[in-house]
Design a protein around this ligand. Structure first.
Ligand code: SF4
Length: 73
């Protein structure tokens, strides 16, 4: 499994928790109620991309950590 770089635009995040439910080992809401990445290797690429695609405000960016290739959006 390739290494992913995942980022959450916390200014956009509206704390829907959808990403947390889709990939609970990868995303968690922090004390401010915004999503943050706790473990980029915590789930399959399929689940991580599903979380990014499901974010209602498109706050999640996923890249290949080694090549920099943008995987989503
Ligand atoms: S799915 Fe998007 S809006 Fe919802 S908690 Fe995750 S990053 Fe925030």
């Amino acid at each position: 499994m390739r290494r992913l770089r995942i980022s959450v635009d916390r200014a956009k995040c509206v704390a829907s928790t959808l990403c947390v439910h889709t990939a609970p080992a990868v995303f968690a809401l922090d004390a401010t109620g915004k999503s943050s990445v706790v473990n980029p290797a915590g789930d399959t690429e399929e689940h991580i991309l599903a979380a990014a695609e499901g974010c209602p405000v498109s706050a999640i960016v996923v890249e290949d950590a080694d090549t920099g290739e943008r995987l989503f959006p």
